[in-house]
Write a protein that binds this ligand. Structure first.
Ligand code: GRF
Length: 203
């Protein structure tokens, strides 16, 4: 049993997850990276960390379902139990939700439900709010809408620039995400599987 990380970008959260899991000898490996952006920096990090990485080009599939079916086959091959989204810039579709509902988590750089979607750090900084933060949540069919597991506030101080504020958010992400993922895999946080499937049944 193991964990797959899905990422599209730089991969700093992917790296902190892999390094923490190894350092703390988690009972489950991060054994797979799924990337939907060929050439993304996260692929370089996976190579350096020796984690098998699979770059996909979703646009080359006839439909999202076809793309996700191929990803699903890979997840089954690796006996993946948890999907951890770390900067994966794509909504999870019904194929993966039906297979992994309640076992997919995401990290978002704001205090949801404020500032969902892209550029959440910039949105909060320019609003301007005094406090934003980081949220880890279960994934459902919406954009950044699933049940919240953990939130940590991050202050926007008078002297902060977008650069310093971004750094403060990233610092929190890099300890919070490994902590929450660890709590999930050891069963300290309970997955709301029934909640996710109840929502699906209504559709
Ligand atoms: C993070 O801010 C995360 O919260 C968001 O996407 C960003 C990914 O950053 N979902 P990185 O690729 O892990 O550096």
């Amino acid at each position: 049993m193991s964990i797959a990380v899905f990422a599209s970008g730089s991969g700093s959260n992917f790296q902190s997850l892999v390094e923490t899991a190894r350092r703390e000898q988690w009972p489950m490996d991060i054994s797979l990276l799924i990337c939907d952006k060929p050439g993304a920096k996260v692929l370089e990090r996976a190579k350096n960390l020796e984690v098998p990485a699979y770059p996909f080009n979703p646009k080359s599939y006839p439909s999202k379902a076809d793309y996700e079916r191929e990803v699903l086959a890979l997840l089954e091959q690796y006996q993946i139990q948890w999907i951890v989204l770390a900067g994966y810039m794509r909504l999870i579709g019904p194929t993966l939700l039906q297979a992994y509902g309640g076992r997919i988590v995401n990290i978002h750089p704001s205090l949801l439900p404020a500032f969902p979607g892209k550029n959440a750090i910039e949105q909060a900084f320019h609003y301007p709010v005094k406090v934003s933060g980081v949220t880890v949540h279960f994934v459902d069919e919406g954009m950044d809408t699933g049940p919240i597991i953990a939130q940590v506030p991050v202050e926007i101080a008078e002297e902060d620039t977008i650069g310093t504020f971004t750094q403060k958010i990233q610092q929190v992400e890099h300890w919070l995400y490994p902590k929450v993922v660890y709590d999930l895999i050891i069963g300290k946080v309970t997955s709301p599987v029934s909640l996710c499937s109840a929502k699906r049944d209504k559709e």
